[in-house]
Design a protein around this ligand. Structure first.
Ligand SMILES: [Zn+2]
Length: 493
C-alpha cells in the first residue's frame, strides 16, 4: 500500500524513471534468464537485454499477442511463458547483493530453506483461465509471490472504494477459474473484510442470491453488470428494501454511464439512494484488476493504474507503432513484477479511447496514472459484415450504449442472421427487447431505429418485443457465466 501512496506523490517523470529502472531489473534478472519464450524472442531478434534501459528501448522487442500462447501442435505452449529459474542462471544473472543474501541464507538456515524460499517465489500453485470468447482458453499461473501481488491489488481497490473493515461484502461473481471471482475473494481476505462468495446465479440461483443478500445485508456487492442488474430488478419486483447497499463494484464487462444511471434508478426505488457504482478493468494475462474511484453523477474517474507493477503502452492497432499515452489506440501491457506466468509487451486486443492520463485524479487526487474507461474489445469489432454498410466495421459496444441509455428497456438481445439462412446472402440484424410496461411499441420502435442508426450507422431489420421471463432465459442470465447478449446465428461458410 505504501508503495502506491508514495507513487501518488511523484511527478510523471519520476514515475517513468522508476518504471524504467524496474523494467531493466525485471528483464535482466527474471525474464531473460528464466522465461523460455522471451529468452528465445530476445535471441532471435538479437536484442541484448543489458541494453534495455527503459520502455523506449523495449520497443525493439516484438509485441506478444494471444496467438503466441497457442500452437496447434503444442497445447502446452502456455508453459513457455512461465519463469523457470535454475541454479546456473541464478548465478549468472542475479546481482551480487542478491547472491550474497542467498549464500548467507543457505549458510545460516540451510539449503532446504533456500529451496523453500525459491519455491514460494516461483512454483505455480494457482491458476485462472482466459474466458475464451475469441480463442481457446489459456491458463495463467500464480506462485505464492503472485498471490501476494493479487492481495496488494485487492487492498488498493478496497482503499479506492473506501471500504471500511466493519463493512460486509457479497461476492456475486460467477464461481469459475476466472480472475474477477478470485481477485475479489483474495482482496477481501487480505483486507480482513467479511465476504460471502455466493458463486453467482449459476451456483445459488437468483432466489438464493436474493435470500443471501437480504440475510447478510452487505454494504458492498460485486458482480458482472448483467447479473447485478438482473438481481436488483428481481429484488425490485419483490419490493425488497435494499437501503443497506452503499457500493456496487462491477467487473468482467464494460460499464457505461447509461447503465449506471439505470441501475441507480432501480436501486433508488428499492430505498438505496446513495450508492456509488464502480467499474473495474482487468484481464487474465495481467492477473490483476484496476478500478474507478467514487465520483458524483456516475461519471468515470478512469481506472487507477499501478505504475510500480506494470507499464501500459498505447499503440496503433494496425501498424503496432507506439502512440502518446493520451492518444486513442490499442492497450499493450508489460508486467514489472511477475513470477510464475509473465508477459511483456502483450497486446490486450482492447481499444481505449482517451488513452492514459498523467494528471492527478480530479476526484480523489491520486497521481497513479489513469486509464480511460472507454474501452472496447477489438475482437468484438472484427468479423461483422453487415449488408447495409458494405464492408464497414460496426462496434457492438455502440449497441449497448444505445440500449443502456433508454429507460424504456429492461433487457435486450441482438441476433445476427443471414437472409433466408443463406451464408452468401445479406446479413440481418434482429433486435429483441423487453420493454418496461406501458410503452407505445410503434413509436418506440421508430425512435430506437433512429437512435441505432445515428450511433452505429446500421438500422435493424426487425425489432421484436418479448416478455422479460423469456428474455432472461434467452440471455442465459441465470445459467451462464456470461450472458448471451449478441447471438451470431449466421451459418459458417
Ligand atoms: Zn480517483
Amino acid at each position: 500500500m505504501k508503495a502506491w501512496q508514495n507513487i501518488s506523490s511523484l511527478s510523471f517523470q519520476q514515475i517513468r524513471k522508476l518504471q524504467d529502472r524496474r523494467l531493466t531489473h525485471f528483464i535482466n534478472t527474471q525474464v531473460y534468464p528464466f522465461s523460455p519464450y522471451y529468452r528465445k524472442l530476445f535471441d532471435d531478434h538479437q536484442i541484448d537485454p543489458r541494453r534495455i534501459r527503459g520502455i523506449a528501448d523495449l520497443r525493439q522487442l516484438p509485441l506478444t499477442s494471444k496467438l503466441d500462447f497457442v500452437a496447434a501442435d503444442n497445447p502446452q505452449k502456455f508453459k513457455d511463458f512461465i519463469l523457470h529459474p535454475d541454479k546456473e542462471k541464478i548465478r549468472q544473472y542475479w546481482p551480487k547483493d542478491k547472491l550474497l543474501g542467498l549464500a548467507l541464507r543457505s549458510l545460516f538456515l540451510g539449503k532446504d530453506n533456500v529451496q523453500e524460499a525459491l519455491g514460494k517465489e516461483y512454483r505455480p500453485i494457482f491458476m485462472t483461465f482466459t474466458t475464451g470468447t475469441t480463442n481457446s482458453p489459456v491458463p495463467f499461473t500464480y506462485s505464492r509471490y503472485d498471490i501476494e501481488n493479487l492481495n496488494i491489488s485487492g487492498r488498493r481497490m478496497v482503499s479506492l472504494f473506501d471500504i471500511k473493515p466493519d463493512e460486509r461484502i457479497m461476492n456475486i461473481f460467477p464461481f469459475a477459474p476466472h480472475l474477477a471471482f478470485w481477485q475479489t475473494f483474495f482482496g477481501a481476505l487480505e483486507a480482513d473484510i467479511f465476504a460471502l462468495s455466493t458463486g453467482g446465479g449459476k451456483v445459488m440461483g437468483t432466489e438464493g442470491n436474493l435470500t443471501a443478500l437480504m440475510r447478510t445485508k452487505p454494504s458492498v456487492i460485486l458482480g458482472i453488470p448483467s447479473y447485478i442488474y438482473h438481481l436488483v430488478r428481481f429484488a425490485q419486483e419483490r419490493k425488497q428494501d435494499l437501503s443497506f447497499l452503499k457500493k456496487i463494484v462491477l467487473g468482467a464487462a464494460k460499464v457505461t454511464v447509461g447503465y449506471k444511471q439505470k441501475l441507480h434508478a432501480m436501486l433508488s426505488d428499492c430505498g438505496a439512494k446513495d450508492v456509488f457504482i464502480f467499474g473495474t478493468y482487468g484481464f487474465t494475462e495481467a492477473r490483476t484488476a484496476w478500478a474507478e474511484c467514487p465520483t458524483e453523477g456516475h461519471l468515470s474517474s478512469g481506472y487507477h493504474l499501478y505504475p510500480d507493477k506494470e507499464i501500459f503502452e498505447i499503440i496503433d492497432p494496425k501498424t503496432g507503432e507506439a502512440r502518446n499515452d493520451n492518444e486513442d489506440g490499442e492497450l499493450v501491457y508489460t508486467s514489472l513484477d511477475s513470477r510464475a506466468s509473465a508477459v511483456i509487451r502483450y497486446r490486450t486486443g482492447d481499444f481505449v479511447k482517451g488513452g492514459i492520463s498523467h494528471d492527478p485524479c480530479p476526484y480523489c487526487g491520486r497521481k497513479t496514472l489513469r486509464l480511460s474507461s472507454d474501452i472496447s474489445r477489438l475482437s468484438d469489432i472484427k468479423g461483422l459484415n453487415l449488408s447495409k454498410i458494405k464492408g464497414m466495421l460496426v462496434n457492438l459496444d455502440h449497441f449497448a450504449q444505445v440500449f443502456n441509455s433508454l429507460s424504456e428497456i429492461d433487457e435486450w438481445q441482438i441476433e445476427l442472421r443471414k437472409h433466408n439462412n443463406d451464408p452468401y446472402d445479406n446479413d440481418e440484424i434482429i433486435v429483441l427487447v423487453s420493454p418496461k410496461k406501458g410503452i407505445n411499441e410503434i413509436a418506440f420502435s421508430q425512435m430506437l431505429k433512429d437512435k441505432l442508426m445515428g450511433m452505429t450507422e446500421v438500422a435493424p431489420n426487425e425489432i421484436k418485443f418479448i416478455p422479460l421471463g423469456e428474455m432472461v432465459k434467452r440471455l442465459e442470465l441465470e445459467t451462464a457465466n456470461k450472458e448471451k447478449r449478441i447471438l451470431d446465428l449466421r451459418p459458417k461458410i
